[in-house]
Design a protein around this ligand. Structure first.
Ligand code: TYM
Length: 380
């Protein structure tokens, strides 16, 4: 087992070896066969599947089987709200949107204003609830189906979830939760109970639940899978993504608390340009002469990785960029400029949709078709 990197729900250290992580976490690789099976249903494959950004799973084969047999399934994902989302936070939401569009299934999005508050000594509950409102706008901007999506905030929806959460909590011991999340005797008791609230939505329907999320959230799902069947529900299935690397280099993940490591959804064009030019870790050579001679290394180049994982969906274009960069024909500055243009176009469109989202908050949280159904339902 490698000790050069570690992945937990709160931090990612070192350069992650994703093949090793699959072994460490006991998940399955998404094989070409599985992708073919998905493509048969969906007609095409999302770029994040084609390029193995979503690379690992549990029971995805069973989800497809349930779908094919007409039993259906549902989607669940979430967000611990913070001051401003960065571009990495959109990875699971963009992919989830695609899944919802292709499979036409219900989606539950948990906004854990409680988790954020209890984990951060310096934040007030008023602040995390304000972040929740703000982050929900960015999430709505991704474009979910208003009839089939319910966005709920823990401190509001707790009334309906609490009976289910207590049943889950009773199945989990302190020693299991402590070992899974590295808690200590000094941890506040809220955070000891919290896993029950992240697990509860996996049981919102008596169908199999599929969770698209970064692989850092996996510990919760391991606990869920230990207890789900004893409560009469399915073990949750997952589809895990890699992390969009921080600007500063291929190690770790982007952090909201290190501004130079991330591009925020609110960064204006000038800020984007400055950050990419100044901080985006380069796989290029130190001088133009050397770069023309030896070429760049796209594997460690953050601008290339962002284009590959997210911003350049055209397979022919990304291949050409890779070849030109590797051969030295394309310089680091040119590569960065491609990313800057793509990012700014994306962010401009996102901000327009975010403005429109202000009109839709009530629909997704309270008044939409699924939202209404959910507010009328106590999860026993
Ligand atoms: P949070 O708010 O830390 O992260 C939200 C989602 O974003 C993913 N993520 C990333 N994905 C790609 N690249 C990155 N650099 C990157 N950084 C973060 C995370 O894996 C996550 O999917 N406890 C959760 C909130 C939650 C939740 C859930 C998440 C509640 N229920 C169900 C997923 C599924 C949290 O703190 O997420």
């Amino acid at each position: 087992m490698s000790s050069n990197f570690s992945v937990t729900p709160w931090e990612v250290k070192g350069k992650v070896d994703y093949d090793k992580l699959i072994v460490q976490f006991g998940t399955q690789k998404i094989t070409p066969e599985l992708k073919e099976r998905i493509k048969k249903i969906t007609g095409d494959l999302h770029v994040m599947l084609r390029r193995d950004v979503f690379f690992s799973h549990r029971d995805l084969d069973l989800v497809l089987k349930d779908y094919e047999e007409g039993k259906g399934f549902f989607l669940y994902t979430g967000r611990a709200p913070s001051l401003g989302m960065h571009i990495g936070h959109l990875v699971p939401f963009i992919f989830t949107r695609w899944l919802q569009e292709k499979f036409k299934v219900n989606l539950y999005i948990e906004i854990t204003d409680d988790e954020k508050f209890m984990r951060n000594p310096e934040l007030t509950l008023e602040q995390t609830r304000q972040f929740a409102y703000d982050n929900i706008l960015d999430i709505i901007a991704v474009g979910f189906d208003p009839d089939r999506t319910f966005i709920f905030q823990d401190t509001e929806y707790i009334r309906n979830m609490y009976p289910l959460a207590t049943k889950i909590a009773k199945k989990l011991t302190f020693s299991e939760v402590r070992a899974t999340f590295g808690l200590e005797n000094s941890s506040n008791i809220g955070i000891i109970f919290y896993p029950a609230l992240q697990i509860a939505p996996t049981m919102f329907e008596k169908k199999r639940c599929l969770i698209p999320a970064g692989i850092d959230q996996d510990p919760y799902w391991r606990l869920q899978r230990d207890i789900a069947e004893s409560l009469g529900y399915y073990k949750a299935a997952q589809i895990h993504s890699k992390f969009l690397p921080p600007l500063t280099g291929p190690e770790g993940k982007m952090s909201s608390s290190i501004p130079e490591s991330a591009i925020y959804l609110t960064d204006d064009p000038k800020t984007v340009e400055r950050k990419i030019m100044k901080y985006a870790f380069s796989g290029g050579q130190p001088t133009i002469e050397l770069h023309r001679k030896y070429g760049g290394n796209p594997e460690i180049d953050v601008s290339f990785q962002w284009l590959y994982m997210f911003f350049e969906e055209d397979d022919n274009k990304i291949k050409k960029i890779e070849e030109d960069y590797r051969s030295g024909k394309m310089l680091t500055g040119e590569l960065k400029q491609i990313l800057i243009d793509k990012l700014n176009k994306f962010l401009e469109e996102h901000r327009a949709k975010r403005e429109e989202a202000k009109e839709l908050v009530n629909t997704f949280k309270y008044e939409g078709k699924l939202a209404k159904e959910m507010w009328n339902k106590i999860h026993e």
